[in-house]
Design a protein around this ligand. Structure first.
Ligand code: SF4
Length: 278
């Protein structure tokens, strides 16, 4: 059996940076260290952090003292300041690509645009971005929702950093008919673009594609989706233990890709498990 790992897979720059900040804080700080929500969407990494003493809180009010780390997905305006006012040390691990999208939403709001945020409703990054819109932003999760939008004079758009470029382009084409002026920013990050492109290329060349990463990870689920759209057989797994021998029957070439929040050790375990089956 041949096992091929996609050219771009696993941890991205923003995730590595966030985890490094968490590890440094845990090592250097006295007292409680907690992340606001999951610092990255990978249950195995979150479990390891918890074993190392890094707690997870749903809001700053859940902490009395200590260090609060903002996840790479970012938060809405004011959250950091509120936590600081409450006496917490705040470490901001927001990915710089998410921070750029936040700045662009602020800019569009200041310049009087109605704002579309193309992203997953309820996702932490998207909820945070909406907060920067000063009441002018609305989330569009699915292209079909464009039909419900009222016509307006000035319309601005940003997109969740992990969305698919093709959907963004489709949406862009449709929004033109909904306003007099359209100002759109492609805020999909390079890591997402590279992982999706490499995954699609590989999916077309193997018998089975394994997509490795948290089931709660938006970018991993999207990798599975773009691979499935090529017509490939696709399985989304979190760990090597989930691989069923049934899936491998009659397959000689297996491809592996992994979300931006999937650590290398999990990718390696999946590859080793497959190679051991030959
Ligand atoms: S996927 Fe992109 S936006 Fe998200 S953390 Fe990684 S580099 Fe940053």
């Amino acid at each position: 059996m041949e096992v091929i790992i996609a050219k771009h897979a696993g941890f991205c720059f923003g995730v590595k940076r966030a985890l490094q900040l968490v590890e440094e804080e845990r090592k250097d700080r006295q007292g409680e260290v907690a992340t606001l929500g999951e610092v990255i969407h990978n249950p195995q990494v979150v479990e390891k952090l918890s074993q190392a003493g890094v707690k997870q809180v749903g809001s700053p009010e859940e902490m009395k003292t200590g260090t609060l780390i903002i996840s790479c997905h970012g938060v809405g305006p004011g959250v950091k300041e509120e936590a600081e006012k409450a006496g917490l040390e705040v470490v901001d691990a927001t990915c710089p690509f998410v921070a750029r999208a936040q700045e662009l939403v602020s800019l569009l709001a200041r310049e009087g645009y109605e704002i579309i945020i193309f992203g997953d409703r309820g996702h932490r990054e998207v909820t945070g971005l909406e907060g920067y819109g000063e009441g002018r932003a609305r989330i569009v999760d699915d292209i079909a929702e464009v039909e419900q939008l009222p016509f307006c004079r000035k319309l601005g758009m940003v997109v969740q950093t992990t969305r698919e470029i093709e959907r963004y382009q489709d949406l862009l084409a449709r929004l033109g008919g909904k306003c007099q002026e359209l100002r759109a920013f492609n805020t999909i990050c390079e890591a997402t673009l590279k992982r999706q492109k490499a995954a699609v290329e590989l999916a077309g060349d193997v018998d089975l594609m394994l997509v490795v990463g948290g089931r709660n990870s938006a970018n991993t689920r999207r990798l599975a989706k773009v691979c499935a759209e090529t017509g490939a057989e696709v399985r989304h797994i979190e760990t090597a233990e989930e691989i069923s021998p049934e899936w491998l029957k009659g397959h000689d070439r297996i491809g592996i890709t992994a979300g931006a929040s999937t650590p290398q050790w999990i990718i390696d375990e999946v590859a080793e498990r497959l190679r051991a089956k030959k």
